[in-house]
Design a protein around this ligand. Structure first.
Ligand code: SF4
Length: 250
């Protein structure tokens, strides 16, 4: 499998889930490399913004920023090797994240099978941008889908970031939660329109302020909490940002 590389090893770490409906729970994160989208503000650009690609990124404004050499930021491991890493931790909640993890569904299924063989108590969450249809086997094996559809502020064309058959399918799955990242009132209006278009139940929508620091989060938190309340959505914080700031591997 292609995973993000951190300190010469795979980006697999034991932490507190910081976002979504299981925020606060201990979890093991496994970060996949590669993404089919290229959001301008992506904070895991090392999973896709490789040398030789044409994608723009907000970080381009920083003269010290360079696109990543693929071999510096990617590591390949088999599902069995990943299972060895995961089994070292005491937690049984595993979060498959990225990048876009749904680009490697059959390999994740192998990993899930191996881990559940070791202990049937393992639970799996997947964090996806909602543009790839899960296979029936993959969807059945996952306990919780955290879908994060991208808005116009991502810089992606609507036809690339909103795939109607995938969103309509996932809206029907009670295991799927829709977490939207917003930084303006226009974003909130866009979320409302996406929710109506794809019939996403309001009780499975989470509104999360954008922010890489506690100060940035606080800028919108109170306003967005009120917006969420008015629509029957959940408000979602970013606990890991508050606890550890904008750091990898925590
Ligand atoms: S979908 Fe997620 S991982 Fe992919 S580019 Fe956008 S923010 Fe980054």
């Amino acid at each position: 499998m292609k995973l993000a590389k951190l300190n010469d090893g795979p980006e697999i770490f034991h932490t507190i889930q910081g976002e979504g409906v299981s925020a606060g729970l201990p979890a093991i994160f496994i970060r996949a490399s590669r993404c089919n989208l290229h959001c301008r503000w992506c904070d895991t650009d090392y999973t896709w913004n490789f040398e030789g690609t044409p994608w723009p990124h907000d970080f381009d404004a920083d003269p010290n920023y360079h696109k990543h050499r693929k071999s510096d930021v990617t590591i390949e491991l088999s599902p069995a090797e990943i299972a060895e890493h995961v089994l070292r931790f005491p937690t049984r909640r595993v979060v498959l994240t990225g990048g876009e993890p749904l680009l490697q569904q059959s390999a994740w299924l192998e990993l899930i099978t191996l881990l559940r063989k070791a202990d049937p108590a393992y639970l799996f969450e997947v964090e996806t941008n909602g543009t790839r249809m899960p296979t029936p086997d993959f969807e059945a094996a996952i306990d919780q889908l955290n879908i994060s559809p991208k808005l116009a502020n991502s810089g992606m064309e609507e036809s690339t970031r909103l795939i109607p058959e995938v969103l309509t399918h996932l809206a029907d799955n009670p295991k799927a939660w829709f977490k939207f990242v917003a930084s303006s009132d226009a974003d909130v209006a866009e979320i409302e329109s996406i929710a109506a278009r794809f019939k996403i139940p309001s009780q499975r929508i989470l509104l999360m302020p954008e922010g890489r620091t506690a100060t940035e989060l606080d800028r919108h938190s109170a306003g967005f909490a009120a917006e969420a309340l008015a629509r029957g959505w959940r408000f979602c914080d970013r606990l890991h940002v508050r606890l550890w700031g904008d750091k990898r591997g925590v």
